[in-house]
Design a protein around this ligand. Structure first.
Ligand SMILES: Nc1ncnc2c1ncn2[C@@H]1O[C@H](COP(=O)(O)OP(=O)(O)OP(=O)(O)O)[C@@H](O)[C@H]1O
Ligand SMILES: [Mg+2]
Length: 481
C-alpha cells in the first residue's frame, strides 16, 4: 500500500514537473541524470533521451568538475542559491538564467543533487527596455525644461504636498515634517500600511525639494529577481557578463534628483549591503567596472511593514535600517484618522465627477455611518476604490448603502439605525439602551466629522467616557481626537 502511494506520487510529480516553466535536472550521487524535464531540454536545446542516464560532464563538455554547480554540490553537500548565468543557446540566442542547486539527502546520506533554473531573458529585456525608455524620457524632459520656466516642477512627479488631503493632526504634522525634510539631501524612510499614501508622500517631498527640477526615478524592489535588480540599479559595462552592454543604472539616471526605492525590505540582503555603501560614500561601481562613479541622487525608501519587525525577520539589514532611519516619516492608517474620511470621500467624489462625468453631491447619512464604522484595512486606496465602485453603479445623487461593496458592513449599520424600534419586543432594557447609545454615538461622530473631543461636548459626556464607549461598541479601534 505504502509503495503504491510512492509510485503514484512519482507519476503525479513527474507530470507536474513536466508542466512547470522552470528547468529541473536531478542527478544521482555519481552525477548521472535521473530526471530532466521538458523545459530544461528546450532551454539546453537537447533531447531528454540524450541526457537521461548520462554523466553531467559528458552531456555538457564545456563544464568541468569545478565549474559545474551540480558537481560542486555533490562534492560539498551545500546548496548554491540564486546564481546568475548567461548561456548562448544552440540557435545562437542569449539566454539569461537564475539557477539554484540543492543537495538531496536520504537519512543523512547525500544521494544526489537537483538544479532548478529560471529563464529571466524576457523580464531582463523588458526591464532594460524600461530603463532605456526612462532615460530617453528624462533626456527629453531635461531639454524641454531648459526651455521652460525654472520654477516649474519636474514633470515625472505628479504630486505635491498640497495634494495630500487631510486635516487630522497626524497629517498636518506629516506635511510640516515633509516641508522640512525636503530641504536636505539625507536619505529618508517612509513607513506606512498599504494604501496610506506613501508614494504620494515620497513624490511630494521631491516636488518640494531643491531637486524638483531633477529626475524622479522609482523602482519597486520586490518586482525583480536579485541579480536583475542589481544590474538595473547599478548599471553594467560591456562584457561584464555575456550580453552585457554599457548601460547606466537607476542611481545614475536619478543623478541630481531622487531615487525612490519602494518596498525596500524586499531587496535581497546582499544588495542591501551594496546600497548601504552608496548611501555612505555616494559612490558606486557599475557591474564589471573597476572605476567608481560619484552620484548625487537622494534616496527615499519605503516599506509597508514595521521596520523593526523587518529587521527581526532578517528582511532588512540592521545597519541599513539605522542609516535610513535617521530621517523617517510614518504615514498613519486611515482608521487612526477617521475624521479625514469624509474629506477624502468628497475629494474622490469630485475627482470621479470629472472623470466619469457625473454629478454626485455626497454620501447619504447611512453611508457616512458605515464609513466611520469600517476599519479600512486597505486605507485611502480602499476608500478611493469604494467611491469609484459606487459612482459606477449608482443611479441617484448621493452614495447610498446599496451602492457600496458588500463587505462594507451595510447590514450592521442598517441594524444599528433600525434595531431601536424593531427589537423592543424581544430585547431586555439594557440591550435596548445599548443599541440606542450606539446609534447616538454614530450620529454624534458623524456630525463632528469623527472628532472625538467635539462629539463628547455634543453628547455632554467627558471625552474619556466617550472613548471608552466607542471602544465598547467597537466603533473605533483607536479613537483619536
Ligand atoms: N492623503 C491622501 N490624499 C489624497 N489621496 C491619497 C491620500 N493618500 C493616498 N491617496 C491616494 O490613494 C492611493 C494609494 O496611495 P499610494 O499609492 O501612495 O499608497 P501606498 O502607501 O504607496 O500603498 P502601497 O504600500 O500599497 O504601495 C493613490 O491613488 C493616492 O493618490
Ligand atoms: Mg506604493
Amino acid at each position: 500500500m505504502h509503495n503504491q502511494i510512492i509510485k503514484d506520487t512519482d507519476i503525479y510529480l513527474e507530470q507536474v514537473l513536466s508542466h512547470i516553466e522552470e528547468a529541473v535536472q536531478v542527478v544521482n550521487s555519481e552525477g548521472k541524470t535521473i530526471y530532466y524535464n521538458r523545459f530544461a531540454a528546450e532551454m539546453d536545446g537537447l533531447k531528454v533521451s540524450d541526457v537521461l542516464g548520462e554523466h553531467i560532464i559528458q552531456v555538457y563538455p564545456s563544464l568541468t568538475l569545478e565549474t559545474s554547480s551540480i558537481m560542486r554540490v555533490l562534492a560539498t553537500g551545500t546548496a548554491i542559491l540564486n546564481q546568475p548565468q548567461t548561456l548562448v543557446s544552440s540557435t545562437g540566442k542569449i539566454v539569461s538564467l537564475i539557477y539554484s542547486t540543492y543537495p538531496i539527502y536520504q537519512n543523512g546520506i547525500l544521494i544526489g543533487a537537483c538544479d532548478i533554473s529560471q529563464d529571466i531573458t524576457k523580464i531582463k529585456e523588458l526591464s532594460e527596455r524600461m530603463i532605456n525608455l526612462e532615460s530617453e524620457l528624462l533626456n527629453t524632459r531635461s531639454s524641454h525644461r531648459k526651455k521652460s520656466k525654472p520654477e516649474e516642477p519636474h514633470a515625472t512627479t505628479r504630486y505635491t504636498i498640497d495634494d495630500i488631503i487631510g486635516n487630522h493632526d497626524s497629517i498636518i504634522k506629516l506635511k510640516i515634517l515633509e516641508q522640512r525634510v525636503a530641504r536636505s539631501s539625507s536619505a529618508v524612510l517612509v513607513v506606512g500600511e498599504t494604501g496610506t499614501g506613501k508614494e504620494l508622500v515620497v513624490q511630494s517631498i521631491h516636488s518640494a525639494s531643491p531637486r524638483q527640477n531633477g529626475p524622479f526615478v522609482a523602482q519597486n524592489c520586490s518586482a525583480l529577481p536579485a541579480t536583475l535588480l542589481e544590474s538595473i540599479l547599478f548599471g553594467t559595462i560591456k562584457g561584464s557578463f555575456t550580453g552585457a552592454e554599457d548601460r547606466p543604472g537607476l542611481f545614475e539616471l536619478a543623478h541630481g534628483g531622487t531615487l525612490f526605492l519602494d518596498e525596500i525590505n524586499s531587496m535581497p540582503i546582499e544588495l542591501q549591503g551594496k546600497l548601504l555603501r552608496v548611501l555612505q560614500d555616494g559612490t558606486l561601481r557599475r557591474i564589471g567596472d573597476n572605476k567608481l562613479k560619484q552620484i548625487d541622487a537622494r534616496i527615499i525608501a519605503s516599506m509597508n511593514i514595521d521596520p523593526e519587525e523587518a529587521v527581526r525577520n532578517k528582511e532588512l539589514r540592521l545597519d541599513l535600517y539605522y542609516r535610513l532611519n535617521v530621517v523617517s516619516l510614518t504615514v498613519p492608517p486611515l482608521r487612526e484618522r477617521k475624521s479625514d474620511i469624509l474629506l477624502l470621500a468628497n475629494h474622490f467624489i469630485n475627482m470621479y465627477n470629472t472623470k466619469l462625468n457625473c454629478h454626485v453631491s455626497g454620501l447619504s447619512d447611512e453611508t457616512s455611518d458605515a464609513f466611520f464604522v469600517h476599519s479600512w484595512p486597505g486605507n485611502v486606496r480602499e476608500l478611493q476604490h469604494v467611491i469609484e465602485h459606487a459612482m459606477n453603479i449608482m443611479s441617484g445623487q448621493v452614495i447610498e448603502l446599496e451602492d457600496l461593496p458588500a463587505h462594507l458592513g451595510q447590514r450592521n449599520i442598517l441594524k444599528s439605525n433600525e434595531e431601536c424600534t424593531e427589537s423592543i419586543k424581544e430585547s431586555s432594557l439594557p440591550e435596548i439602551l445599548n443599541s440606542v447609545e450606539r446609534k447616538y454615538l454614530i450620529q454624534a461622530l458623524e456630525q463632528c466629522k469623527g472628532n472625538v473631543a467635539k462629539a463628547a461636548l455634543l453628547l455632554g459626556i467627558p471625552r474619556q467616557t466617550l472613548q471608552y464607549k466607542l471602544k465598547m461598541h467597537k466603533l473605533m479601534d483607536n479613537p483619536l481626537s
